[in-house]
Design a protein around this ligand. Structure first.
Ligand SMILES: *Cc1c(COP(=O)(O)O)cnc(C)c1O
Length: 421
């Protein structure tokens, strides 16, 4: 459920009309709902109720400072995957002991940054990383708390670009080698083993892969404990999917996910960490765009929008579906006809939807892309020299620009001309 609903024929974000935001900030723009963000966070928090746990929001999904602060104030920790994200989390007021650092390519500089600022744990993804982490921590005279990310070799049944838990993926160490790698870690003075980490992929719409992975984590916990390691925390990753096409998708609920966690791992007396990103931010955001032209092509019509692939790349990158709805609600019984919905960028890949059934629209009308709150603004670029679009946060009947659209001068002046030109 989200807080983007029609009221008297006009699309609202909570108590603010989308058309009013468009008039104030111009199109295209992203808009996020505070109530929806918090609702999704609390769903997870409650799903793990009764277990010692921390929900660490995977901030790569949407790392705007205002979004982070909203979640941090509700008690969320953060899962970060770069030094930049670490600093963003700190800047939003997240204490170091609620930040976990994931990612296959942490540099020594990034590791130092996190050790200096405080960190809950590093999720270590390889032996070479472990060696650098150990050396960096020792050089600083500290110990680095770690979980080792194991790759359970389960098929997450999701898009190939976002599946991470098969043995052919670059993530984690093979679970079959876990004992050996934990033994290596235990012998390193700069490291302190805390637990086990697993993350099998993103946009999972089936809970079975989680059950399989978590059963393997449970077995591994017992084995590692028998080997003499102290395992007190299990990081279970993120990846729960959201319904992008509302008419025909029903992804699993956090409560059912929570049940699986309890069933597979509840007996181990471990603190549970989860790292949801998409499910917290995805349906908490829209991208709003204006129709520039309706173009008659050869046998098909094109709806040309002012938003493009550089603003929302998911359709081009993952063949992703986004529901696209008019900001003015069509009258009941309005006939829909198929149309290709495209942006102005000079690539055929700049297509949001092909032959999508839409009500009649004309230049100047506004449309909203649903489920654009995660992996939307954070993946945007200035391709075609299109300025990054603004982000707006709604809270009840208030709204605020939380990232302004740069001016053309600001965009151009970031380049510098070398002395020889
Ligand atoms: C991307 C990622 C997540 C979040 O995935 P979602 O599908 O957005 O929930 C969590 N943990 C790690 C390690 C990730 O790389």
């Amino acid at each position: 459920m989200d807080h983007f609903l029609y009221r008297d024929g006009a699309l609202f974000a909570e108590d603010v009309a989308i058309a009013d935001i468009a008039a104030a900030v111009g199109t295209p723009f992203y808009v996020y709902s505070t109530a929806t963000l918090l609702r999704h966070f609390h769903l997870f928090d409650e799903a793990l109720g009764g277990m010692d746990h921390l929900v660490c929001y995977a901030m790569k999904a949407n790392s705007n400072q205002a979004v982070l602060r909203t979640l941090a104030q509700a008690g969320a920790g953060m899962d970060v995957v770069s030094g930049g994200e670490y600093l963003r989390a700190k800047a939003a007021g997240v204490p170091g002991d609620k930040i976990v650092f994931s990612g296959v390519g942490k540099t020594a500089a990034e590791i130092r940054l996190a050790l200096e600022g405080g960190i809950r744990q590093f999720n270590v993804e390889s032996e070479p990383e472990m060696i650098v982490l150990d050396a960096t921590a020792r050089a600083m005279g500290v110990t680095a708390p770690i979980s080792i990310r194991v790759n359970p070799d389960v098929d997450a049944k999701t898009h190939a670009k976002i599946a991470t838990g098969k043995s052919e993926n670059k993530f984690g160490i093979p679970i079959a080698r876990a004992r050996e790698v934990y033994a290596m870690a235990a012998a390193m003075e700069g490291l302190q083993i805390i637990g086990i980490d697993v993350h099998i992929g993103s946009q999972l719409t089936d809970l079975e892969p989680y059950r399989l992975a978590y059963q393997k984590v449970a077995e591994l916990t017992e084995i590692l404990r028998a080997d003499g390691h102290t395992i007190t925390r299990l990081d279970l990753g993120g990846g729960l999917g959201i319904p992008y096409a509302r008419s025909n998708e029903a992804p699993p609920l956090p409560t059912d996910y929570g049940k699986i966690v309890r069933e597979t791992l509840g007996h181990l007396d471990c603190e549970i960490e989860i790292e949801p990103g998409r499910l917290i931010a995805g349906n908490a955001g829209l991208m709003v765009s204006e129709v520039i032209y309706v173009k008659e092509g050869e046998g098909r019509e094109f709806l040309i929008l002012d938003g493009a692939m550089n603003d929302l790349i998911r359709p081009a990158m993952y063949d992703a579906h986004h529901d696209i709805i008019p900001v003015v609600e069509p009258a009941p019984g309005t006939e829909q006809s198929p149309i290709d919905i495209v942006g102005p960028v000079c690539e055929s890949g700049d297509t949001f939807a092909k032959q999508r059934l839409m009500p009649p629209l004309s230049a100047g009308d506004l449309v909203a892309f649903r489920s654009a709150g995660a992996y939307g603004a954070v993946m945007a670029s200035e391709y075609n020299s299109r300025p990054m679009i603004p982000e707006v946060l709604v809270h009840g009947d208030q709204f605020a620009v939380i990232r302004a659209r740069p001016t053309f001068d600001e965009m151009i002046n970031r380049d510098t001309i070398p002395s020889w030109l």
